[in-house]
Design a protein around this ligand. Sequence first.
Ligand SMILES: Cc1ncc(COP(=O)(O)O)c(C=O)c1O
Length: 370
Amino acid sequence: MRVPFYDIKAQYDDLASSMSEAVQSVLSSGVYVLGPNHNQLEREIADRHGITHGIGVANGTDALRILMDAVGIGEGDEVITPAFTFVASVETVVQTGATPVFVDIETESFGIDPAKIEAAITSRTKAILPVHLFGQLCRIDEIKAIADRHGLLLLEDGAQALDSHCNGKFAGQYGLGCGFSFYVTKNLGAAGDAGMIITNHDEVNEQCRSMRIHGMGRERYYYDHLGYTSRLDEIQAAVLRVKLQKLDAWNTQRQKLAEIYLRELADLPLTLPTVLNGNNHTWHQFSILTDRRDDLQAFLKARGADSMIYYPVPIHFHSPYLKYGNGKGSLPVTEQVCEQILNLPIQPHLSEDQIHHVARSVQEFLTTQS
Ligand SMILES: Cc1ncc(COP(=O)(O)O)c(C=O)c1O
């Protein structure tokens, strides 16, 4: 049986006629940038998260970069961030001229370990940038308390945390702002690149809106600061709005598939994903830990099942970031997770039979192969 990890075409097939209609309607409108779909999408995403402002941008990386610029992070500042993340979380800190300071993670949320943050705070620390990975919030309440206690800015990388909340308090409600990605493979993915910043702060909203169009002020062709060309275009917004109508159903399906894994993989010698108290989980990824990861991945491949490794190498091991870290052994949990993590397929267009096939293959490997 074939079990693909991503099947974007299946999402399209689910919505083919409404998606084509939406794209056609944008093309025939002649409004391709900052049009009605874009404005509606900003409203819809902000409302879903109980947030005042949504600012559409070209991708999730720009969302983080613009957000950091907007709150004044730059040269001389330190930003506390994990090294277990997609590179953009750290890359954008470096691009502002600030220095990323890596703090190790804990294995329940795969987010920064709050117990290790205070030791990393110095007189230059300006902000904490926690990353909500795989579909649930990290220990954001504890992290926010630390940021408040030390007068630090809190910014959220919510690229993988659309619709994630803790006791009803959504990603974006904790920090000054939160960046989302609508990259193709995300739970809500565009037909290309797209991203959004959400914020409850009027000033941050104004700054981000200006920065995404070259730092232009309220008056056209008058510039208040350096900026970017980073808009979420109208065709992507139209596609996203069609897909948004299906997002709840798709996330419900992800939950159902996750429950099959959790049931069938219980009692095996591996670590299953944990959902933190109060958190929902949108199962952007289903991540297991095993010290036989590479052999298991090859075994699954031979059984027709794709899997992925998010992330095989911690950020502080990559050459552009070596100088910000303290080398091998400095972030032991991060480094071990990178060696042990395996992401099993969980996209909503997989059938229960396909998930049973993956689960049974994992069982077979762990109980019969030594
Ligand atoms: C944790 C994290 N941060 C930032 C990003 C950057 O988003 P994008 O790929 O839309 O630029 C991603 C997307 O892959 C991500 O997973």
